[in-house]
Design a protein around this ligand. Structure first.
Ligand SMILES: Cc1cc2nc3c(=O)[nH]c(=O)nc-3n(C[C@H](O)[C@H](O)[C@H](O)COP(=O)(O)OP(=O)(O)OC[C@H]3O[C@@H](n4cnc5c(N)ncnc54)[C@H](O)[C@@H]3O)c2cc1C
Length: 408
């Protein structure tokens, strides 16, 4: 039997952040079990992340900020940063373009994950590849974690196994209830300076939104849709719609696809001897479906709780509830994000979204002030049919501002 102090299921950003936190701050014996033969491969991601979050997440590999400005300086010769971006544009149908000026970066995600893994190993965490977790069972005071070849044992297991959330089901907790599909082309050439988001329900019924993210020498163009739709057909139509003939003629370098939890954080993220973090816990931003920054942060909190659990020798449900109490105090757990998701994707019609565009055209959607709320009301009064949308606009705008706090 292979005994560890903490076993982490999954070697994505959440699992690696958890491993780094524990290995850096304690002498605990940490094992990460990853089913694939390589960290960061296969991987589906738009690769956009807010700069501020990147810098405040203390587990980021070798990142620092120059004190005299917002220019990032990377200490590592091999940077995972592809491009710095200073603005976002949100296209609502054809009626309006809202903006935001959150500093973001696009990253080389496979390299980013590999650097996190390197960081974890430098702090003496063990990463075992080709190790798919098939079952977790309680034995005496520990959990036994079974892979094809070996069985491991630890008093604490942390599920970071991504959207499939198998470990959550193995522990009889409730997994995410709703998913969306994401599909993306990596297209040769760069076609925008901003992170562009397209909400166009008239042209694309069932598409939640489409994105165009610039990288160093190529562009990530993708869409998110519900699970009943045919995403590939929609992506081809979306590229066509973007109306950039150069882009249409460019080579598709790669196609990637994956699923994303969309029902918000699961209600309970711990039980005896177990915590769950990241996509496995439904912890994505359910407006934009980004989850890298949230997963890394949740991994840090799970790691810190794991250290305290070992110090107190308490691995019971009551002690581990401290983890969820901390998670709930961060903006990404705010239920308004889920409400905004419901309004945007399950309630608003194409006409509604166009009204939304008319009301918000030219505004920074992530920082709507009280004064702007009054202007919003006056605009709506001029066109009484829009009045019923005011509260929805406010909820969605508030949801967007939480996204500003926690990245897209
Ligand atoms: C198309 C698409 C675009 C996206 N774009 C963005 C974006 O631009 N920005 C952003 O912030 N987020 C984006 N996301 C979401 C982001 O990729 C995820 O939120 C993030 O990867 C979550 O990290 P994680 O570590 O929780 O899960 P994952 O990255 O999924 O990692 C889980 C790991 O666990 C492993 N695993 C699973 N089951 C087992 C098992 N039984 N045993 C052992 N190992 C197992 C998997 O192989 C995987 O390596 C996107 C997602 C998709 C699908």
């Amino acid at each position: 039997m292979n005994s560890y102090d903490v076993i982490i299921v999954g070697g994505g950003p959440t699992g690696l952040s958890t491993a780094i936190t524990i290995a850096k701050k304690s002498d605990l014996k940490v094992l990460v079990l990853e089913e694939h033969s390589e960290i960061g491969n296969p991987l589906a991601c738009g690769e956009g992340i807010s700069t501020e979050k990147l810098l405040t997440l203390k587990n980021m590999p070798r990142v620092s900020q120059e004190t005299n400005g917002s220019i990032l300086k990377f200490q590592k010769e091999e940077s995972f940063i592809e491009r710095e971006i200073i603005s976002q544009r949100f296209f609502f149908g054809t009626t309006g373009v809202a903006t935001s000026n959150v500093n973001t970066v696009t990253i080389n995600r496979p390299l980013f994950d590999k650097l996190l893994a390197k960081e974890a190993e430098e702090h003496a965490a063990t990463i075992q590849l080709k190790s798919q977790v098939l079952g977790i069972t309680k034995k005496n005071q520990n959990l036994e974690v079974k892979t094809q070849k070996k069985t491991f044992s630890a008093p604490l297991v942390i599920g970071c196994d991504g959207p499939s959330a198998h470990s959550v089901q193995m522990m009889n907790l409730s997994p995410p209830t709703e998913y969306v599909q994401g599909i993306e082309y990596k297209i040769e050439g760069v076609y925008t300076d901003a992170l562009d988001f397209y909400f166009n329900f008239r042209e694309f019924p069932k598409m939640h939104y489409g994105w165009v993210f610039p990288k160093k020498s190529h562009t990530n163009v993708g869409i998110v849709t519900d699970t009943a739709s045919k995403p590939k057909e929609m992506l081809v139509k979306f590229v066509d719609y973007l109306n950039n003939s150069n882009m249409k003629k460019s080579a598709v370098l790669k196609e990637i696809a994956g699923i994303i939890p969309a029902s918000g954080p699961i209600p309970k993220k711990y039980c005896d001897n177990y915590m769950v973090a990241g996509d496995a816990a439904g912890m994505t931003n359910s407006i934009f479906y980004g989850g890298i920054a949230i997963g890394i942060h949740a991994g840090m909190l799970a790691g810190e709780t794991a250290i305290k659990a070992h110090e107190s020798q308490r691995f019971d449900d009551e002690f581990l509830s401290k983890y969820q109490i901390r998670l709930d105090s961060f903006p990404y757990s705010d239920p308004v994000i889920q409400k905004a998701h419901e309004i945007l994707y399950n309630k608003l019609s194409p006409e509604d979204i166009e009204t939304f565009g008319t009301l918000l055209d030219g505004w920074d959607i992530t920082t709507i002030s009280s004064f702007q709320k009054i202007i919003l009301l006056l605009k709506a009064l001029k066109k009484p049919s829009t009045l019923r949308h005011i509260n929805e606009v406010r909820t969605v705008a508030y949801g967007f501002s939480k996204s500003r706090d926690w990245g897209f």
